[in-house]
Design a binder for this molecule. Structure first.
Ligand code: 8IG
Length: 272
């Protein structure tokens, strides 16, 4: 079975369990974004139609990290259906790249034409304090892996949709943009690696998103990436990095991120 066929099986099960034939917009919530999910299912933005465990679908594995729950929510927002992944599988879990991008392919097979990939990350600019959202303009994939196998050459020139970024800035003109560097993790970077990331053009460092974005483009989806800077990258502040602080920065930023996501999703739907 091809990865796409496996994703179709998961999408068929998703339709059965949620009672929703097709979904329109997928969102993957990274570290620090989970509290923001409530804003999407709240009264203004939409209502939760169904909530299932990732492990109810074929090809998904259990969540591995505290603060990453293995839940998928189907939310109705106006006449559109959102598919919200409240966790992701990370490359560093060692389950392979196919497992990392299976949710993305499942979303595509479920009908989603647009995907919003969010993450928590380290920031390389002093002006981005913890809790600053930044639009991903482009990425540098330092995993040395691809979700695609075989001679299938996918164009990534405009991977992170300029149209969707412009729409985000209509919602919040203060949003900055940056280049996201995906490291394999799970360790954070050394200060020397952060200096390298800066010199090759990086602004944000994390352990996700790039591989998923590639798979999303391969599946024909329009991609929006938003990072939440939860810490200054290693060596910038002189302080050590701590996962608990990452989660705390997310909680503190939750209201703003929830509001931002809900408004962006509203605009994506209106415009597509
Ligand atoms: I949250 O500083 C978060 N995720 N690689 N580096 C990397 N991943 C991260 C970081 C960080 N902060």
């Amino acid at each position: 079975m091809t990865p796409q066929e496996q994703a179709q099986e998961a999408a068929d099960m998703l339709a059965r369990l949620t009672g929703v034939e097709r979904h329109d917009v997928a969102l993957v919530l990274g570290s620090g974004w989970r509290p923001a999910a409530e804003a999407l299912g709240g009264d203004d933005a939409g209502q939760t139609v169904a909530e299932i465990a990732t492990t109810d679908l074929p090809g998904f594995s259990a969540a591995a990290v505290a603060g990453h729950s293995g839940t998928i929510r189907s939310i109705r927002s106006g006449d559109r259906h959102l598919l919200v992944f409240l966790s992701r599988t990370h490359y560093y879990e060692g389950k392979g790249v196919a497992a990392v991008v299976h949710p993305v392919r499942t979303a595509a097979a479920a009908g989603c034409r647009t995907i919003v990939l969010t993450n928590g990350c380290g920031g390389l600019r002093d002006s981005w304090g913890p809790g600053t959202p930044v639009l991903i303009r482009d990425h540098i994939n330092l995993t040395a892996r691809s979700p695609i196998e075989g001679p299938h050459f996918v164009d990534l020139t405009d991977l992170y949709s300029a149209r969707l970024r412009a729409l985000c800035r209509e919602v919040d003109p203060s949003l900055d943009e940056g280049v996201y560097v995906q490291f394999p993790g799970p360790h954070y970077e050394t200060p020397a690696e952060i200096e390298m990331a800066r010199r090759i053009g990086g602004d944000l460092v994390g352990m996700s998103t790039a591989l998923e974005a590639i798979a999303a483009r391969d599946a024909g989806m329009e991609v929006l990436g938003i990072s939440l800077v939860t810490n200054l990258a290693a060596g910038i502040s002189g302080e050590p990095l701590d996962h608990a602080e990452v989660l705390e920065a997310g909680r503190d930023a939750a209201d703003r991120m929830g509001d931002l996501l809900a408004r962006i999703v509203g605009r994506i739907q209106a415009g597509s």
